[in-house]
Design a protein around this ligand. Sequence first.
Ligand SMILES: Cc1ncc(COP(=O)(O)OP(=O)(O)O)c(N)n1
Ligand SMILES: Cc1nc(C(=O)O)sc1CCOP(=O)(O)O
Ligand SMILES: [Mg+2]
Length: 281
Amino acid sequence: MDDCRLYVITGENYHPGRSLLDVMERALIGGADILQLRAKETPKREVLAQAYALRELTQRYGVPFIINDHIDIALAVGADGVHLGQDDLPLAEARRILGPDKIIGISTHHIDQALDAERGGADYIGVGPVYPTGTKPGRKAVTTDYVREAAQRVRLPFVAIGGITLDNVDAVLEAGAVRICAVSAIVGSEDPAEACRTFLHHIRLKQMDHLIAGSTCTVCVNGREERTSARTVLELVEQLNLSGKRMVVELNGEIVPHERWGAAPIADGAVLELVHFVGGG
Ligand SMILES: Cc1ncc(COP(=O)(O)OP(=O)(O)O)c(N)n1
Ligand SMILES: Cc1nc(C(=O)O)sc1CCOP(=O)(O)O
Ligand SMILES: [Mg+2]
């Protein structure tokens, strides 16, 4: 999952007259590096047949294959894992059934759900819907604010999903996503291979921006912008020559206990308040 950048999900209603296998193979040719079978309105036996066919296709391209919702189908066809939502089988049960090696992805719409999934042993999370989308009508968009929050606070790989198109993907990447997931913008496009190539081009350009900016990021410390290569609160405190000082550290509005400084990640845009006690008595 770490290396995946472009996650493509099936959506048969988006390509009338073109076969599922043809469209998904075009996505793979364009560089999709993880595929999910999601078929909400299809009879289960048909989903099973589609799953066998996509298992064979993804194996040919050496790409992980995930089944949405149906753990039994994932096991039957030897898929690499499943994707589960907040109302699907709980993560712990799914892990018990699937064992330690299968990939389990969990949809999240709020940071608390993301942190729960992380603690519960998910392999990745979905963060969305970033924008309103006809693929999940009626779902409130979480906006790029949640993407930004996930980028700062979640250590697990996450994929941004929901209403992402070639017109808005830069804003999602700018918010800190490094993995993009899409249905309609890819399988509904005239040329899914070209759509994938263009998504990947945007993703790589953003990766290059990060490299060019070096390994530093901009954080706001007590109201002042600082560039830092620190990746944790502990490293930042050391870089500011404040080690050993009695201090309370607030990261993005939350106090970080001293024993967690070494594990508290700092990402671009982090806001820190370092309250440093001077003198005694
Ligand atoms: C990568 C990814 N993220 C989110 C979802 C949505 O899953 P869920 O919330 O269970 O909703 P349905 O897809 O089942 O309608 C997903 N499938 N994949
Ligand atoms: C299936 C799904 N899950 C979402 C979530 O936020 O959990 S958004 C979504 C739809 C993604 O399709 P499109 O790229 O066409 O908007
Ligand atoms: Mg589901």
